[in-house]
Design a binder for this molecule. Sequence first.
Ligand code: UTP
Length: 468
Amino acid sequence: MDSLAAELRDAGQAALWEHAEQLAEPQRSMFVVQLREVDWRHIARLYQAAVAPGTGTDAIREKARRAQPPERLIRLADVAAEHLQQARARGEAALRAGVVAAMVVAGGQGTRLGSQAPKGLLPIGPLSGKSLFQGFAEQVLARGRRYGTRIPYLIMTSDATHADTVAFWREHGLFGLADEDVRFFCQGSLPAVDAATGRALLAAPGQLALSPDGHGGLLAALQRSGLLRELAARGIETLFYHQVDNPTTIVCDPVFLGWHLLKGAEVSTKVVAKRSAEEPMGVAVTVDGVTQIIEYSDLPREVAAQVDSAGRLRIWAGSTAIHAFQRDFLEQAAADPRGLPFHIARKVVPYWTPETGFVEPSAPNAFKFERFIFDVLPWARQPLMVEVDRSAEFNPVKNRTGADTPETARAAVQAVYRRWLREAGAIIGDDVPIEISPLVALDADQVRAKVAPGTAFTHPVDWSRPGE
Ligand code: UTP
């Protein structure tokens, strides 16, 4: 007890100890367990860094001024059909060999969307209303079947999403995936602190206001869970990584995996052309020879706005947050004593104090500390950026209204299916609703095999269940 009290005092958190002493059992013991799980000296250092003038952000912004378009890049327009075919064949060979696993990060709180349930439960199927999770699980299942293998699917949750996510998958029989192929693992949490004082906030009496430690929490969570060892034992060499909120992700895309492997990359990232200089999206750049992703808030406006002689954005490569990683690279990164850096976000965090009771602030009042997985990029000797078609592959659900909503994402998935039908020579209007389960067709080629050229579709095309 004394050591905890001393740690809290040294870290400027004496109020937490006083609060613990006022609680009755068993709440007090439970609170003490929570307090012990936090490295309070580390939190104090992070807070100091957040408020110290002229550090952190300024240095990053200064560096961003030297940003160049990314080196080691595959540009869509430059790829010959024959090279595309080679990449596809290489990716397919890896899938057939059973050395690829898929991984989704689903620990975020989805605050902008404002739903209480984890984002992966969001109904996205335009006709079936099937969830984001189901769409991905069906892709994993279908691709495994296509290549005569079983693809492990790793699902990262957080304290905020774990219980609901696991229950949902179990209720749905893991969407047809085998028990030994689905692995849930939970990322860590960190306390949010009051931006003005650095004091940890309470969510309720005897309860810290905790939030997930960012998708970069993946490294530590993979390590802790023993999954990296399990994957090695299973012969997995490459991991396809994606986020839970983009329904048009091509899970285990053979072409992308193929480029990653052909180029000998340790980590690869899909990028898309930014729509405008102001678009709030991380960008892939090379600074002083090091390829990395810079958050949009760290890219000075005048750098973001630079254009080339043809009037195109110079810093154009927006990150889709879709990556491929070599397993051994992730192992080294997880063991790297440098650790991923922390980013500081000013957010609205509701809190409780004995004096005020519960407070729902209307403006950002707190700092949250998060790690981002893309910060492993500078640790790679051979990173690779692969440009993809934005409308086909990057349509995330972020907001309740405006851009990137469930509605825009549903429209985008239908546009993809419609394009597949048209490529097969079918006739379908823009207003005909459509859904195609991955178990029916994973891509345009599989649709072509099902549809005779000239077929006209005038009624909703509901191929949302296998057997259609
Ligand atoms: P976002 O940064 O968009 O966050 O996450 P979010 O939680 O979905 O939404 P907001 O910002 O609260 O509105 C991008 C991806 O990273 C995952 C999310 O689940 C999503 O797939 N993520 C984010 C985690 O897995 N853990 C985290 O701590 C943060």
